[in-house]
Design a protein around this ligand. Structure first.
Ligand SMILES: O=C(O)c1cccc(C(=O)CC[C@H]2O[C@@H](n3cnc4c(=O)[nH]cnc43)[C@H](O)[C@@H]2O)c1
Length: 224
């Protein structure tokens, strides 16, 4: 149980390659396999945090992996179809425009208070270092800085500004909530994304979702 996986992805399309026994969790699709459970968490930060917290309240979770497609910022050097792991997730929607939560003077999350030296998190949430290092070695993937927003970048200028401001390479809509919830719940969590598009490019003809899902398949099936 300690090493069993809870896999989460925003939509079922991102996990279409997983074969397991179907179940329903709070109206969300689930699959159960040998040593893993997968849940469709829905798009966005609230859906992701709610699904993870509700599941972890009822079942023991050994380790958790959020996986799905994402946009890569043009300056990242990442290629469409490339899979990448998150070192940290940035919650880019919270606080004041120029200073995030530090600028507001409030931490978003305080954990580990019992030892007398609690950790304060504002907009940046690290993924589990040891688990991410293990996945990097097993899967031979790069590790980068990810950013999450409720609103997706709608043009290259907006995308470039976000990437520079937060020093991020990958844009998605869920990861910061996942990373924050893992810290809060004390769960080792990692995040794997495959690049389906250049962030800020809305022309779907230029997206390569199938290629990205194939990259997810190659990585995730090595873990099952
Ligand atoms: O219609 C649009 O302009 C548009 C732009 C970005 C993403 C979408 C989606 O429907 C995908 C949302 C889904 O996929 C992840 N994702 C994929 N690419 C990006 C991106 O460039 N920026 C943010 N999120 C992205 C996201 O995590 C969602 O789960 C539509």
């Amino acid at each position: 149980m300690a090493n069993s996986w809870l896999f989460l992805s925003p939509t079922r399309f991102e996990a279409a390659f997983l074969k397991g026994r179907k179940f329903d969790f709070h109206g969300r699709a689930g699959l159960r396999g040998e040593g893993w459970v997968w849940l469709e968490c829905g798009i966005g930060k609230a859906n992701t945090a709610m699904t993870l917290a509700a599941f972890a309240q009822r079942r023991k979770v050994g380790r958790a992996l959020l996986f799905g497609i994402a946009g890569a910022y043009a300056e990242s050097g990442l290629q469409i179809g490339e899979a990448v792991l998150a070192e940290r997730e940035i919650q880019a929607d919270l606080g004041i425009r120029d200073g995030g939560m530090k600028g507001m003077g409030f931490p978003t999350l305080v954990v580990g208070g019992s030892e007398g030296s609690p950790l304060h998190f504002h907009n940046r949430f690290p993924l589990d270092k040891a688990l991410t290092a293990e996945l990097k070695a097993t899967l031979d993937l790069p590790v980068r800085s990810f950013l999450s927003r409720d609103l997706v970048s709608e043009n290259p200028t907006e995308a470039r500004e976000l990437s520079r401001k937060w020093e991020a390479d990958v844009e998605n809509m869920e990861g910061a909530a996942f990373a924050q919830a893992c810290l809060w719940l004390g769960l080792p969590g990692a995040e794997l994304r495959a690049v389906s598009n250049v962030a800020g490019v809305r022309d779907k003809a230029q997206w390569r979702v199938r290629q990205a899902v194939e990259a997810l398949e190659a990585a995730v099936l090595k873990l099952t």
